[in-house]
Design a protein around this ligand. Structure first.
Ligand SMILES: [Zn+2]
Length: 81
């Protein structure tokens, strides 16, 4: 069983992860799924708000997202055409 201080530590870790530790690396790993959802017409921003906010604040990842989106769209179009 976890004691109270362990639980508090755990919660702090989760909160810290949510608010501060969205790094480019984590974003990059989540980007595939994010782009997929966007292309499927799903609300990726709502499902992955951390990725969304990181993309808005980080030029590098924002560009990566655009490039990936364009690339996948081009592939889809090629298949449909
Ligand atoms: Zn980034």
């Amino acid at each position: 069983m976890l004691n109270v201080s362990q639980v508090k530590k755990l919660v702090r870790t989760i909160v810290a992860f949510r608010h501060d530790e969205m790094t480019c690396e984590i974003c990059f790993h989540a980007l595939d799924r994010y782009v997929e959802m966007t292309l499927e017409g799903k609300n990726a921003a709502e499902a992955m708000p951390l990725v969304q906010s990181h993309l808005q604040g980080c030029t590098e990842c924002g560009e990566e997202f655009q490039a990936l989106l364009e690339a996948l769209k081009a592939i889809e179009d090629a298949h449909e055409g």
